[in-house]
Design a binder for this molecule. Sequence first.
Ligand SMILES: C[S@@+](CC[C@H](N)C(=O)[O-])C[C@H]1O[C@@H](n2cnc3c(N)ncnc32)[C@H](O)[C@@H]1O
Length: 305
Amino acid sequence: MRALSRSLKTLLSRDALQAGLARLGLGLGRSFRCLGDARECGSMPSLGLRGDCRPGRVYLVGAGSGDVELLTLKAARLLQQADAIVYDRLIGDEVLSLIPPGRERYYVGKARGHHSVPQAEIGELMVRLAGQGKSVVRLKGGDPGIFGRMGEELAALAEAGVPAEIVPGITAASAAAAGMGIPLTDRGHAQQVRFITAQLCREGGEPDWFDLARRDETLVLYMGLSKVEAICSGLRHGGLPDDWPIMLVANASHDDQQSLTGTLADMPARLAAQPLPSPCLIVVGSVVSMVVASPARPVSMEERT
Ligand SMILES: C[S@@+](CC[C@H](N)C(=O)[O-])C[C@H]1O[C@@H](n2cnc3c(N)ncnc32)[C@H](O)[C@@H]1O
């Protein structure tokens, strides 16, 4: 009986997945059509989506940076299959619309003017849901392993003996660089890239500006919109020149992506004149100078140049 209900569930979730993917313009069959093109692309190999969504297991899934098409196929499948979804702020409506009606949803992000649900409560919720025999997707913006407090959640699951699986997602750094039409590393510009949180980058804060002020790397700062002035002056103090390139990208990969490019010297004034919304990413490095000549730069910048 249990085996029958499991195979029925597999069939049903395959149907649900098919419907969700159809909304994305994808299919599970042997061929699918090119988006925006009436012609058939010919016979494509099957996407080969397989894999289960096990009861009593928590899947820590990256939702990508906002654009639903940047969601991985595995994330889309799990969203269709899971019994319960625990999700954060910064998850786009189009991504959430892949969850079939009737599934349990728990929003644990920050409400306007309120604090987020404490991390310990999120851990308890996941443990409780998995303990009820449910398959749980813990959906996080971008990649769950990049400034996503995933370590604390893994620790809570480990302590309760709940099995888990991690599904990576496209982090904001990749989305912002792509959205601006540049690489994060380029042999002529940067031999390394560093992702850092700007939480400590306030005036009188802790960062070692001399260590961060390198000319051979790209520096990507998460959570830094309110600290742009301190970051620019800190990096200049650390030794980078006044005209060193910096860009700010807000809502990367969303339809309303906005950006500013400039230098360490002029960016604070540019931002004051044209404030950007959150979430916003800061990219510092000579790769930023590639934006202006990139054929993949945003259309709004083409108009400006
Ligand atoms: C708590 S961190 C989470 C990062 C996420 N795990 C990731 O991999 O992208 C939130 C910060 O990520 C950056 N961020 C997330 N999504 C973004 C987007 N679509 N555009 C620009 N920045 C974004 C912002 O700096 C924001 O303050």
